[in-house]
Design a protein. Structure first.
Length: 204
């Protein structure tokens, strides 16, 4: 009877992202219902056993975990051909063995930091309405597309017609993300919210 409750195998495949230095490792398991972006090992050591383990590879420069995938950004002097299978095997085994992806309390801690960083922006009533509209448009139309590419986009601020967004995961430092940002997101927001004059990004 025991083998009936055996866990289903972890399936894992890779997907290219628009950033040649980032690769998306997609699994058939829900890993995390939020977004966890680790640009350096320090934060991962504190909060993500999976991230910490990945940073121990000399070629891992960034780790981004969301929903059912992990996006790994590599150091540019390594080739994916040499390291992809090692990473794939490692992530698959880590999940199969029930390794902890993120520690309890991570989302709350990040929300706290975010609140501290964004607390200097106070919006007038009119702007607050616009900000909500901009956030909704980004969440509805932009986020799903960006997530398919192994990244994430977060609204940061709106000031005098300029929308600032934060790019994470594969989008961070990606050459095509600037094009996407200008041609796609800026164009859409200007059409839907005439008050928007420009969209600028900062790396998360």
């Amino acid at each position: 009877m025991e083998n009936i409750v055996a866990k289903s195998a972890v399936m894992l495949y890779t997907e290219q992202t628009p950033n040649p230095e980032s690769l998306k490792f997609v699994t058939n398991r829900m890993l995390y219902r939020g977004t966890a972006d680790f640009k350096e090992a320090e934060l991962a050591i504190d909060w993500s056993p999976l991230g910490k383990a990945l940073f121990e590879f000399p070629y891992v420069k960034g780790v981004y975990i969301s929903s059912n995938f992990v996006t790994v950004t590599k150091e540019f002097n390594y080739e994916w051909a040499d390291i992809m299978l090692k990473l794939k095997e490692f992530i698959k085994n880590f999940i199969e063995e029930g390794g902890e992806i993120l520690k309890e309390g991570f989302a709350e801690e990040m929300a706290k930091l975010e609140a501290e960083r964004g607390s200097d922006m106070v919006y007038s009533e009119d702007d607050a309405v616009l900000v909500q509209k901009i956030k909704d448009l980004i969440d509805t139309y932009v986020k799903p597309a960006v997530e398919m590419d192994g990244g994430n986009i977060e609204f940061k601020s709106f000031n005098k017609g300029i929308v600032t967004v934060t790019l994470q995961g594969s989008c961070s430092g990606c050459p095509s993300s600037t094009v996407t940002l200008k041609a796609g997101i800026e164009g859409m927001l200007k059409r839907m919210v005439p008050e928007v004059q420009e969209v600028v990004s900062e790396m998360g």
